[in-house]
Design a binder for this molecule. Structure first.
Ligand code: AMP
Length: 280
């Protein structure tokens, strides 16, 4: 499996593949790959003739006091996992390749980028939209695969491809969880044993809302209260947000309807984790 380091190399590979009649699937990641990433790569391999996995810890999506420097980097293991799941190439550019000296162009998805995670992480979605735009422009994939785990990111990127008239379909894959419900995340390695136990409040809070809806409750107030009670039972957990929103606009809604996103974020020590469910 080839490792490409430049956007031009990715573009040439993509053009040659399409010339040979193969459609391109792209799976953007920051590495430290786990079973959640693996599910995206498999979905790409199932529906596209050639699969590119990008591995790039994107500096512009990290705030000044966030974990860019210590973000887990496990490149060799990532390549092995990606290949085993059906990737044909890895795109792993150096920072200077995607952000050349003097780079001054950014993609800003207004409004959406200030909601949910964007509210507590100013500039985060600007960085995400910018790097994903660069990847889509170079790879020209027919489909790009993202996890529902980062549901606000999905909303931002759907808006971006629609607004920029980018011809890539955004495919969203289900959240992959540990046996006890914790959503897989590259950041779970930061958790102490105690924090790992507390982090179960996220999936419990999500489930509390799902259970209410399954019993006919739809009101946002009731869902938010139920989730809040789950977090209140673990006083050392610092809640960032609990919200019921429209998944397309990320604006709060008063009751859960098909397409509503119930999303939570909380801090476990120095680690911020997220979880969500989308109602049908
Ligand atoms: P990251 O490497 O954290 O930027 O994530 C790369 C992609 O993997 C994003 O589209 C994430 O939403 C997705 N992803 C991360 N964790 C999970 C998970 N537990 N289940 C499914 N997809 C995930």
């Amino acid at each position: 499996m080839e490792i490409l380091r430049t956007a031009d190399g990715l573009r040439q590979w993509s053009r040659a593949s399409r010339k040979a009649g193969r459609s391109i699937g792209l799976v953007p990641t920051m590495g430290a790959l786990h079973a959640g990433h693996a599910s995206l790569i498999r979905a790409a391999a199932d529906s596209c003739g050639r699969v590119a996995v990008s591995i790039f810890v994107n500096p512009t999506q990290f705030g000044p006091n966030e974990d860019f420097a210590r973000y887990p980097r496990t490149f060799d293991a990532d390549c092995a996992l990606a290949q085993a799941e059906g990737a044909h190439i890895i795109f792993a550019p150096y920072v200077e390749e995607l952000y050349p000296d003097g780079a001054a162009t950014f993609v800003e998805v207004e409004g959406l980028s200030e909601r949910l995670d964007g509210k507590s992480r100013p500039g985060h979605f600007r960085g995400v939209a910018t790097v994903v735009a660069k990847l889509l422009i170079a790879a020209e994939p027919v489909r790009a695969f993202f996890g529902q785990k980062d549901a606000a990111q999905v909303a931002v990127l759907r808006r971006m491809v629609a607004d920029l008239r980018i011809g890539t379909e955004i495919v969203v894959c289900p959240i992959v969880r540990e046996h006890d419900g914790l959503a897989l995340s590259s950041r779970n390695v930061y958790l102490s044993a105690g924090e790992r136990a507390q982090a179960l409040t996220l999936s419990r809070a999500v489930r509390s809302a799902e259970d209410l809806v399954a019993h006919g409750e739809r009101s946002a107030t009731a869902l938010l209260e139920a989730a809040r009670a789950v977090f209140d039972a673990e006083p050392s957990v610092r809640v960032d947000y609990i919200e019921l929103v429209d998944w397309a606009t990320l604006e709060p809604v008063a009751s859960a309807v098909p397409g509503s996103l119930f999303a939570v974020a909380a801090w476990f020590g120095a680690t911020r984790l997220i979880d969500n469910t989308v109602f049908s």
